[in-house]
Design a protein around this ligand. Structure first.
Ligand SMILES: [Zn+2]
Length: 242
């Protein structure tokens, strides 16, 4: 039972480090950095009328972006990205981890622009985490020239705006887990902590046991016929090699 508790504790610590790393990357490496990064790879653009789909990658970061101009119409659902993704073989610009349901929900929270205005719509699926991507979020931005709000930005319930840098993007920390990546990262960091924190002690104990030394202080117990270590008083366990 004690061993199980220790394993669970390390997994919890691993999960915390995993989230901290993903959020650290999100706060250091902005969207703009990712897009202008020299390490940007695998960017591909699909032209679908005026619709651009792109993929950007940087350290611990993957961003899928959909940009288009459209005439806003209440009756016309803004979920055509799903259709586009399902109808066209564009796997390289489609996230394997994001959920379309989230986009639907997010659109419901957006105050809609006036009917029949020209809207620039940006959808951004963003994953963070290292060595695997473990958390993701979605941002939808509607830019229009109608009356009232010219810009509706939603990072919504899937991201935490902590700091606002003037009028720029809020710091967005992804919350949705990418389960495979989240599990593997958690195990990865838990193992790392396991090695770093108690590793040396476990190793020392193992070596002392093998050599027949006191587990606590390292006193040579071979040939000693006591119930306790004469050096430190630690009880001598049965099975200690004589
Ligand atoms: Zn001892």
């Amino acid at each position: 039972m004690k061993r199980l508790r220790v394993i669970l504790l390390f997994l919890l610590l691993g999960a915390i480090v995993n989230v901290a790393v993903a959020w650290g990357i999100a706060s250091i490496l902005t969207i703009e950095d990712t897009m202008s990064n020299d390490e940007t790879i695998g960017m591909s653009v699909v032209e679908y009328e005026t619709w651009n789909l792109s993929r950007y990658e940087a350290f611990g970061t993957q961003i899928f972006m959909s940009t288009r101009f459209k005439v806003h119409n209440e009756e016309e659902e803004l979920l055509e990205l799903t259709e586009l993704w399902s109808e066209h073989p564009i796997e390289n610009v489609k996230p394997s981890w994001g959920s379309m349901d989230v986009a639907t929900e997010l659109y419901r929270t957006l105050p809609g622009p006036p009917e029949h205005t020209m809207v620039q719509e940006i959808q951004m699926y963003e994953a963070r985490g290292w060595p695997m991507h473990s958390l993701w979020c979605l941002r939808i931005l509607l830019v229009h020239d109608g009356t009232g709000n010219n810009q509706n930005q939603a990072s919504g319930f899937i991201a935490i705006p902590i700091l606002f840098f003037e009028d720029l993007e809020p710091l967005v920390l992804p919350l949705y887990p990418i389960w495979t990546g989240f599990a593997l990262n958690t195990i990865f960091y838990a193992s790392l902590l396991w090695l770093i924190i108690p590793g040396p002690f476990v190793l020392r104990r193992f070596i002392r046991k093998r050599r027949g030394l006191c587990l606590k202080c390292g006193y040579d117990l071979r040939g000693v016929d006591h119930q306790a270590c004469p050096e430190c008083g630690e009880g001598i366990r049965k099975g200690n090699p004589a």
